[in-house]
Design a protein. Structure first.
Length: 255
């Protein structure tokens, strides 16, 4: 029975999750959601569909909202979702996704949250390496269990706590997130490699006189900040000198 997993990943957590789950399923492929931005309709010609993405401000990233609008699920029999996050308890993402599916006459059959390393440096620095390694080992165990549940087409959903305030905060954040890229700065250490422009899932970055310019269509995913080879990009004042993050089993080229 065929499965396709659509994923969005800024620093590799969700890509690793999609790859790990796909490895545990028969006849499963994965597809990048940012790579499908220019496609008018995405038709899932499989029996099963998975959607894997990071939690953004307690809910669904704007990119997922837009993707769901053009996703054709006619003929799909089983839909599951995996939300990667730094805090697995406070979220409204699964309910948001279920609501989007209901508009298509579908429902979310299974939904999971997986705690991984948070990449949101404006809020907090990365945990020490030994804690990151432990966290990712536990995440891999959880992903293997999710793959088994998806293979069996199990219907189950993780509970979401503080869902209503999470949904409210996410809604308010989405009203102004596109312009929050005004918080990004680029230092003189920039070598004009253009990697930030290439890696931006929203196509929000252009190079101007050898420096990145953000064009106010931001997702606040932090991909540009983490993937800059000279750590020249910062978001506000708190990210300076904080260690950057990329999932250890994902390369920048894969993002």
């Amino acid at each position: 029975m065929s499965t396709i997993i659509y994923y969005f990943s800024a620093t590799g957590n969700s890509l690793h999750a999609a790859k790990t789950i796909a490895a545990g399923l028969e006849n499963c492929t994965i597809a990048s959601i940012p790579a499908l931005v220019g496609v008018n309709e995405v038709r899932a010609n499989t029996a099963n569909v998975g959607i894997v993405f990071p939690l953004h401000c307690f809910g669904i990233p704007p990119l997922i909202d837009k993707f769901m609008e053009k996703l054709n699920l006619d003929g799909v029999e089983y839909i599951f979702a995996v939300v990667t996050c730094g805090d697995p308890h406070i979220s409204g993402a699964l309910r948001q996704l279920d609501n989007l599916l209901a508009a298509k006459g579908k429902s979310l059959d299974a939904g999971f949250r997986v705690k991984m390393v948070s990449n949101y440096l404006p809020l907090s620095a990365l945990p020490p390496e030994n804690k990151r390694e432990k966290l990712l080992r536990q995440a891999d165990e959880r992903l293997a269990a999710i793959a088994a549940l998806a293979a069996a087409r199990t219907k189950t959903k993780d509970a979401e706590y503080l869902r209503l305030p999470s949904l409210f905060i996410n809604k308010q954040w989405k009203k102004q997130v596109a312009g929050r890229d005004s918080n990004f700065t680029c230092a003189e250490t920039c070598v004009a490699c253009g990697l930030c422009q290439k890696i931006c899932p929203a196509g929000n970055i252009t190079m101007d006189a050898g420096k990145p310019h953000w064009n106010h269509n931001c997702l606040e995913c932090q991909a540009c900040l983490h993937c800059c080879p000279t750590q020249s990009i910062n978001f506000g004042s708190r990210t300076k000198n904080r260690q950057r993050y990329l999932h250890p089993r994902i390369s920048i080229d894969e993002i």
